[in-house]
Design a protein around this ligand. Structure first.
Ligand code: ZN
Ligand code: ZN
Length: 622
């Protein structure tokens, strides 16, 4: 009797040891104790041992323990099958499944099939997945929502290109579905880049949980539908679904892309106020806040969050460096970079894109060369096309066009449109028409969509040199290739509403007042000695007409609207533009900031311009 009691105590003790143990070495010691005490067939102990081994990443040890059990239960089989399904040797789960069936003692259950489906989640296993689908139907599991949802997940994970069709067929045939089933289909459509279908699924689903909302919000944000993402986020609030940190990260990234500071601040306040969000905040959520504030023009706030972070990942450092770079604050970017290294954080390739960008925006050629060299020699990072793009940009802006051209000639990868665009940008600034036309000759190979940007640049270089024949030739080529000049778009948020403008826009409700304001600005600017820079207008029309084209650029319309509708001079006017700001708009805005005594910031495709008192933070170097 005593002995039995004693044995029970030991078993209990071993069980509680297993419950708290995560370390591999200790697990082996506990396993030895199990064997020494003659408990090798106590299935509850072995089951616990095996699951602890698997969760501590020691699958082989789990497998050894499993082999010592006579007639393992279905639960034990499932533990092992699940362990192998997520390992680098997923085919072992099928060996175990075959062993289980051969034993005739245990029957596979819905978990067995679900874990087996997980093990087929790479394209190379898709054939096994299809066979498994057949087995599931023949063994009567084809009405189990759990198994079929995993079947959908398997088809989505193994589908290549746009093939969600298999998953959809399973979905359509299901007599009953739950929220997880719908969520899987939404994620599947997003994975294939079909945001419309994902949205339809989301709209059709009978009940949504936080995962449904987060998936569709993140999907919209990633596919560039930031406005939609933010609208959904607000709808989620109305539906009284408490967002989790992942949903917040998705919504913040939409705010960042859209430059929607107001919503970004609102989310930040929400995070601070809702008790569930207080601590510990995910590092990725802090990173998202830094990114949002940096992209919405409030770099100081981004910096404050960065400094207050209890823990930082390499992404946090990189986000801060890139943020400073965008704002033309090269010194701050490099000092963060130095601090990062002195704290032993290894910069990655994305960090170096930020660092090189910072050098480029600040015009630091030597520092840029040094960093590029450091990246290769010290950090052993092979430069990617983006790094070459930054270097070509850096050299070209600084007027070292020959060196930039040589770098392109000697780089081991095929140059892309970004690299050529950087060189052309340099040709435009330094008025090197010969090199520009040489570059133009190299570019015939690229796809029309990619060609659009640099063909416009090329024609701008010709226009600046008043070589109208060449401008016409490039334009002819654009028409031939079916290339359209990308539409310039600027937007501004006033009282929580985003106002969107394209060049020559007449659709705005206050269009008449806006155009009157633009005329006023241009008249005053001219009186103050501003000479319109028509060199970037892509048409060989009369000078006067080209001037009026300039007046209707989207950023001018947005600024005029900002001046009309934000009467408080203390509130800065913030504008986001999808392309680069043109030289004429840039000098006009400088003038406006002085004449109207307004702070204006414009985020263009590359960086921020903060205008104050007639000066821009980029010091006219962009
Ligand atoms: Zn412009
Ligand atoms: Zn500027």
């Amino acid at each position: 009797m005593d002995q039995l009691l004693n044995s029970r105590c030991v078993q209990q003790h071993i069980f509680s040891l297993l419950e708290s143990c995560k370390c591999r070495k200790k697990l082996s010691q506990i396993h030895a104790q199990i064997l020494v005490n003659g408990f090798s067939q106590k299935k509850f102990l072995l089951s616990k041992l095996i699951s602890s081994c698997i969760s501590s990443g020691n699958l082989l040890h789990a497998h050894v323990a499993f082999h010592q059990i006579h007639n393992p239960t279905t639960v034990l089989y499932n533990h092992m099958i699940r362990g192998f399904a997520r390992s680098s040797t997923p085919h072992h789960s099928f060996l175990l499944y075959n062993q289980m069936k051969a034993s005739h003692a245990q029957k596979p259950d819905s978990f067995t099939y679900s874990f087996l489906l997980t093990s087929c989640s790479t394209p190379s296993f898709s054939i096994h997945g299809q066979q498994l689908h057949g087995i599931i139907v023949s063994t009567g599991f084809s009405s189990c929502i759990f198994v079929l949802t995993n079947l959908i997940n398997m088809y989505i994970a193994t589908s290549q290109g746009n093939a969600v069709a298999d998953a959809r067929r399973v979905f359509d045939d299901m007599p009953l579905r739950n929220t997880a089933t719908w969520n899987s289909m939404i994620a599947g459509y997003l994975r294939c880049g079909d945001a419309d279908a994902a949205r339809r699924m989301f709209d059709d689903m009978p009940e949504r949980n936080v995962i449904s909302w987060t998936t569709v919000i993140a999907g919209c944000a990633q596919s560039g539908r930031c406005k939609q993402a933010l609208l959904l986020f607000h709808e989620m609030q109305k539906a009284r679904v408490e967002p989790d940190q992942v949903a917040m990260v998705a919504a913040l990234s939409a705010c960042a892309e859209f430059g929607d500071l107001k919503s970004g601040r609102w989310i930040h306040a929400f995070i601070d106020e809702v008790p569930g969000f207080k601590q510990p905040r995910l590092v990725s959520l802090n990173n998202a806040l830094i990114h949002m504030y940096a992209k919405c023009g409030v770099i100081e706030e981004a910096h404050r969050i960065f400094e207050e972070m209890p823990q930082r990942s390499v992404i946090s450092w990189t986000t801060m460096i890139t943020g400073f770079a965008m704002h033309g604050r090269g010194e701050d970017a490099l000092s963060v970079f130095k601090r990062m290294q002195s704290m032993g954080v290894r910069p990655d390739e994305i960090t170096f894109i930020g660092v090189l960008c910072a050098c480029s925006h600040a015009g630091w050629v030597d520092e840029g060369r040094r960093c590029f060299d450091h990246m290769i020699r010290v950090c052993h990072i092979t430069p990617r096309i983006e790094h070459y793009g930054c270097m070509v940009d850096l050299l070209s802006r600084a007027g070292l066009l020959d060196e930039a051209n040589k770098l392109i000639d000697t780089m081991p990868i095929e140059p892309n449109d970004v690299v050529w665009g950087a060189l052309l940008g340099g040709c435009r600034i330094h008025k090197d028409v010969e090199l520009a036309s040489h570059v133009g000759g190299q570019l015939t190979e690229l796809e029309p969509d990619r060609a659009a940007g640099y063909l416009v640049l090329l024609s701008n270089v010709y226009a600046a040199a008043k070589r109208w024949d060449d401008v016409a030739r490039v334009r002819g080529r654009m028409v031939q290739m079916g290339v359209k000049k990308p539409v310039g778009r600027s937007w501004i948020e006033v009282n929580g509403v985003i106002h969107d403008f394209v060049a020559g826009d007449q659709t705005h409700g206050q269009a008449a007042a806006i155009y009157k304001m633009v005329d006023e600005i241009m008249k005053q600017a001219k009186l103050a000695g501003h000479i319109p820079d028509t060199s970037q207008v892509l048409l060989d029309v009369e000078e006067e007409e080209r001037e009026s084209f300039l007046h209707f650029h989207s950023e001018k319309l947005a600024i005029a609207f900002g001046l009309i509708s934000i009467s408080d001079e203390g509130i800065p006017i913030q504008i986001v533009k999808n392309l680069r700001i043109c030289t004429d708009c840039h000098s006009t805005v400088k003038f406006v900031s002085k004449a109207f005594n307004r702070e204006i910031s414009i985020r263009d495709r590359n960086r921020f311009h903060h205008f104050r008192g007639g000066i821009c933070s980029c010091r006219d170097y962009w």
